[in-house]
Design a protein around this ligand. Structure first.
Ligand code: PMP
Ligand code: GLN
Length: 401
């Protein structure tokens, strides 16, 4: 129990001042994913926290990476990424969303979506600019916006359906607003933005001459509804920076191959910071992902097919355990509203669950700029083998009994 108290105290002070850290990054501490995965190791817990599959992606893609390493494709690739991968990304977006991009000037390969987001924000924002984000939001957004010297302006997604107030979105746009950042399918809620919501975002962006940055890393993990590609909306191609990655689509989260797609002037600007962040990354993995994206292999559907049984199993079990799983249309995640089970905040609940039940989840409150009203959401990841989900469920059953 002493360790539990200490870890809670540590997590609660995650936002506290660090001596050597630049003022721009004060309060960001250690990510919740690193913290909770470490806790899972320390407590020997089933880790339903950090979103990574506990199995490999398609064998054919793994073999392509091995073949690339063996054939000596191990030196720096070209700055914008290898040509076959840029071509494969452009073709993918044409086939799936009907938008045509020039692989030479309109596609940039990055070290995962994380670097794509960071280099986009660092390259395009002026100090003091504002970026509208939908909260809860993925942790790297606010940190990268801060690194750019800009400010995140949150628009709240309201549970249980995670809808938002159009009027609030409209009134959040001011003279310093430079961009709206849209993550669909959305982490941590599992929301898939619908056509009407995206049309409204597009309308506002055009009216106010804003850029729109989309994070679509879960584009192929939609279980209910449809993923709409914002760049394909009327008037949006020239102002949308579409970001995605191979991590979730191919279940190789550790390879860190991502991409940015946008019109040439935007790509040129984004490349300017990207070249000084990593310059390039993952040469043999770039070749393997280019292979994986070949349309005739049809591998972009595999991850969703693999996830289905684990998703059904976990959501059904959380419901039976009366942990109140909320609607989730896409991604790796389901959130529970724990308010009818406990008066504890999500962080305390998650710490106790790790220590007493041996199951790790993520307190979704950490994804809010203002935590007020968010303290009862807990995110569980279902991107794990069914045997692992079974084990977590049986531990939770005994714990809650
Ligand atoms: N955006 C979201 C919404 C995510 O959940 C993640 C985590 N994979 C990322 C970006 C980062 O993706 P990558 O691993 O490709 O850097
Ligand atoms: N995207 C993963 C999640 O949301 C975590 C990736 C990371 O640890 N940066 O769980």
């Amino acid at each position: 129990m002493r360790r539990l108290g200490l870890t809670i105290a540590k997590l609660k002070t995650m936002r506290s001042r660090q001596r050597y850290l630049s003022s721009r990054l004060q309060g960001f501490g250690t990510t919740i994913f690193a913290t909770m995965s470490q806790l899972a190791i320390e407590t020997n817990s089933v880790n339903l926290g950090q979103g990574f599959p506990d199995y490999d992606g398609p064998e054919l893609i793994a073999e392509a990476a091995i073949a690339a390493i063996r054939s000596g494709l191990n030196q720096y690739p070209p700055g914008p990424g290898i040509e076959p991968l840029r071509r494969a990304v452009a073709l993918h977006n044409q086939e799936h969303y009907g938008v045509i991009y020039d692989p030479t000037t309109e596609v940039l390969i990055t070290a995962g979506a994380t670097e794509a987001l960071a280099s986009t924000l660092i390259s395009l924002l002026e100090v003091g600019d504002e970026v509208v984000v939908f909260e809860p939001c993925y942790d790297s957004y606010v940190a990268s916006i801060a690194m750019a010297g800009a400010r995140a302006v949150p628009i709240r997604l309201n549970g249980p359906n995670w809808d938002f107030d159009f009027e609030k979105l409209r009134s959040s746009i001011g003279p310093r607003t430079r961009a709206i950042l849209v993550n669909t399918p959305h982490n941590p809620t599992g929301k898939v933005f619908d056509f009407e919501e995206l049309s409204e975002i597009a309308r506002l962006a055009i009216e106010n001459d804003l850029l729109v940055i989309t994070d679509e890393v879960y584009e192929h993990l939609v279980f209910e509804g449809t993923h709409h590609y914002l760049a394909s909306f009327d008037g949006m191609r020239e102002r949308t920076i579409s970001i995605s990655s191979a991590a979730k689509t191919f279940s190789f989260t550790g390879w860190k191959i991502g991409w940015v797609v946008a019109q040439p002037e935007l790509i040129a600007a984004i490349r300017t910071s990207k070249q000084f962040l990593t310059y390039v990354n993952g040469a043999p993995f770039q070749h393997a992902i280019a292979k994986g994206l070949e349309p005739e292999l049809d591998l972009t559907r595999e991850a969703k097919l693999a996830l289905g049984p684990s998703r059904d199993l976990l959501i059904g079990a959380l419901d039976q355990l009366e942990l109140n799983p909320m609607p989730t249309a896409g991604t790796y995640f389901v959130n529970c509203d724990i308010s009818s089970v406990t008066k504890e905040d999500a962080l305390t609940f998650c710490m106790r669950m790790a220590n007493e039940a041996g199951v790790v989840a993520i307190p979704s409150s950490v994804f809010y700029l203002d935590r007020e009203g968010s303290e009862h959401y807990v995110r569980f990841a279902f991107c794990k083998r069914t045997s692992v989900i079974d084990e977590a469920v049986s531990r939770l059953e005994s714990w809650l009994d």
